[in-house]
Ligand binder design. Sequence first.
Ligand SMILES: [Zn+2]
Ligand SMILES: [Zn+2]
Ligand SMILES: [Zn+2]
Length: 389
Amino acid sequence: MLGLQRRSGSTGELHRSARSHGLMARVRRLLGAREPAPDRYLARTLEEELELAGCPVCRLLARKELRGLEAMLWEQVTDPLTHRRLLASRGFCFEHTWALIPAGRLVHSHYGVAIILDRLLRDFLARAGAGGVEAARQWLRPDAPCPACEWNRAAEDTLLWALAWLGERDPGLVAEGPAALCRPHAAALIEYTAAERRPALERRILARQERALREGTAEERLLLLFGRRPHELPPRGVSCPACVRTRRSLVDDGSWQRSRLHAWVAWLDAPERVGEALGWEILNLNGRLGDPAPLRAPETPVAPLCLGHLRQLLVTTGSREPLRAAIEDLERLAEALEGFIASADYRFTGELTPAQRRSWRQVVARFAGETPGVGLHDLLPGSPGSQCE
Ligand SMILES: [Zn+2]
Ligand SMILES: [Zn+2]
Ligand SMILES: [Zn+2]
């Protein structure tokens, strides 16, 4: 009761419309039922989110994943248990490695990001340096899933279950408010709903989505069809040559539609072409055309591979040469990273070299990869493996 009662205090009253009072009363009435129900804090959170435009599940998940990463960077950077856990998963998946950048911003420092990835990088260099191709291949195959994906899956289950519980009792709550569930979450919600109530709920949600699609800009359509934009996308200046090729083909061969991450990276690179596929005239009308500049090729003649593409190369060729080149490149990076980390010490008085200043972003790019679907947590083409997202 506590959460809902607090909401009806005087300051809350001032800002609430008659419609949202009605919504709250409906949620409260539903929570009066005797069967297992979502806890009141969760119901209240969902109720607030249903009053805002966009997908409430996407928004709550986005907030939770960033908070989880932020807490880790704040409290657990040097914690041995966290290190062991991250060693087993070889860090994070594509999306969550890139998300370390905004999470680091939230704790006002990217040293934590550098320290976490530096430890993993040194472990890889030690193993691959001593054991060669076979040891490197083994290291590049994670023993555990991305921890942030695991937090997210658990949170997503709870949110969808609670939303389905509310939606089964009052379909208008999830299908008529300002909120519109994205396609993936709408489909998942239907799965959580009792079979006999599914057709009716599905009809109403689809009608709501169609309206949102008609009214939305190209970017809002992308959100609706694929789900939330990742916190951070790999920049257009790509360093891994294999990632450059894959990124170029995203829009050309239509593979941008493969997943939420593919869609958003393609949007970053070619908003006008993705917009065209989603309804060109809407994009134009809203003046939301993105920068049509072509993807920048790597600046150095022999560019370094991301770990995901290195893994692909080692699996397909088994040759020592690419590993030797990768180790040389990564050793240089580890050295620059060491200088960057040392500068966190308050006694540091020197000046960082450009390579040292760049190092923490570069190690993010090596671990995450710069195109979705090729990272250590994605399926290897033609062989069984683990997968996140
Ligand atoms: Zn969603
Ligand atoms: Zn992940
Ligand atoms: Zn790559």
